[in-house]
Ligand binder design. Structure first.
Ligand code: ZN
Length: 200
């Protein structure tokens, strides 16, 4: 069905409870009651344009009822350095839009971000980055096999033509989450309690 002109778009100038929709915002990762600011009936289903009442960003529900951007896959982490937080968010966004190869490439790149943040030299091999983190005790012997999977999955996505499969990309993202949790979030949370304890 072709576009039927501006006059067929119903826009809502004022917020009204009848024009709200509960959804999970893909920008701020919250369950919200968003505002439907406009809708358009394609004849095969309604397209709804939404504004999040938490972060103010826009989303759209297609005529098939699919929400864009979709809910962010993966877990929120606290205490990440800013560039690592941005890279982790990008990996989660890639997975959420089914860009599995891109997700694995960024997860591997996160290894570099972490190693360089822990004073490794930029431009080293990914194997050396893991060795660097091992030498500093951030990657312990039981962690080594799964941390190495982040590297090897990223390698496959970089150098092979085969498409990353969703399960493998999901595991790569999950291992990356756990690595970041152990290296940054645990220390960040412990800091809160350490400070509390010392003030007593
Ligand atoms: Zn939002």
């Amino acid at each position: 069905m072709p576009f039927r002109g501006y006059s067929s778009i119903i826009g809502y100038q004022y917020a009204h409870s009848a024009f709200s929709l509960s959804y999970h915002c893909g920008h701020c990762n919250r369950d919200v009651s968003g505002l439907i600011t406009a809708k358009y009936d394609t004849g095969e289903g309604e397209v709804r344009y939404l504004v999040c009442t938490n972060c103010g960003d826009g989303s759209v529900v297609t005529k098939e009822g699919v929400l864009y951007p979709p809910s962010l896959i993966g877990q929120n982490l606290e205490g990440l350095p800013q560039d690592i937080e941005m890279a982790y968010l990008e990996a989660r966004r890639c997975f959420s839009v089914k860009a599995y190869t891109a997700c694995e490439l960024i997860c591997r790149k996160i290894l570099m971000h972490v190693a360089v943040e822990k004073k490794a030299k930029e431009g080293e091999s990914f194997e050396n980055y893991i060795k660097h983190l091992e030498a500093l005790g951030y990657v312990t012997p039981p962690m080594k096999p799964w941390v190495d999977l982040i590297r090897t999955h990223g390698n496959i996505s970089t150098h092979k033509l085969e498409t990353a499969d969703p399960q493998r990309a999901e595991s790569t993202l999950m291992f990356t989450t756990e690595l970041l949790r152990i290296i940054y979030e645990m220390e960040h949370k412990a800091d809160k309690y350490t400070k509390k304890t010392t003030t007593h």
